[in-house]
Design a protein around this ligand. Structure first.
Ligand SMILES: [Mg+2]
Ligand SMILES: [Zn+2]
Length: 206
């Protein structure tokens, strides 16, 4: 599991998990291999600004098996990541942290979605309850990872793909589906994600 951190979480902040490819930038069946292939969805940049303005910290959770397959060069990968974060910040948004699984499916790791490893590690590292967070992704694997971790999965269906609601086939409950990231982030019930006051109270008890 690769972990990149960009900023410290404030205890007052809600947290949102986002898949990367197909959510922030256009996905490709040939993998997104370097910065030249990154094409941001305009509403994604607006969404990240909207989130930052409201004090909602964003964490990327992304399978990148192209690394383990030798299709994506490590140097290109990290350069692309740094440039993506810089572009997001330039637009007024931010990324607090990013978790990537570099493994191939046959390696049987515990981080590749639909396994919940990256989400659970993130909640542990940044001390927030997964039950109070959402994960927005464009594949059932994203939703499944979040449900296994104990949080709420939200499906993005940008291309109007049919079968997006067909989670019954993979044993998942029905989840909310939105056509754009902006429509999802502006409509999610953020009041339910407010951090519990207990952490401050516990300290006071001691
Ligand atoms: Mg995706
Ligand atoms: Zn992995």
């Amino acid at each position: 599991m690769l972990i990149w951190t960009g900023s410290i979480r404030r205890e007052s902040e809600s947290v949102l998990f986002l898949d990367r490819d197909g959510v922030i930038n256009r996905d490709s069946p040939h993998y997104i291999k370097h910065w030249g292939e990154v094409e941001f969805y305009p509403d994604a940049l607006d969404s990240l600004r909207w989130l930052r303005e409201r004090g909602i910290a964003t964490i990327l959770i992304s399978n990148q098996s192209g690394l383990g397959r030798g299709i994506i060069a490590w140097k290109d990968f990290w350069e692309m990541h740094e440039r993506m974060v810089a572009a997001i910040r330039e637009h007024g948004g931010d990324i607090m942290a990013a978790f990537f699984c570099p493994h191939r499916p046959d390696e049987g790791c515990s981080c590749r979605k639909p396994k919940p490893g990256m989400i659970l590690t993130a909640s542990h590292l940044f001390s927030f309850p997964v039950e109070r967070t959402f994960m927005i992704g464009d594949r059932w694997k994203d939703v499944a990872a979040m449900i296994q971790a104990g949080g709420t999965g939200v499906m993005l269906n940008r291309e109007g793909r049919s079968g997006c609601q067909d989670h019954g086939a993979v044993g998942l409950p029905r989840v909310p589906v939105y056509p754009t990231l902006l429509s999802a982030v502006t409509r999610l019930p953020w009041s339910e994600t407010a951090p519990p006051a207990s952490s401050a109270m516990n300290r006071g008890d001691r």
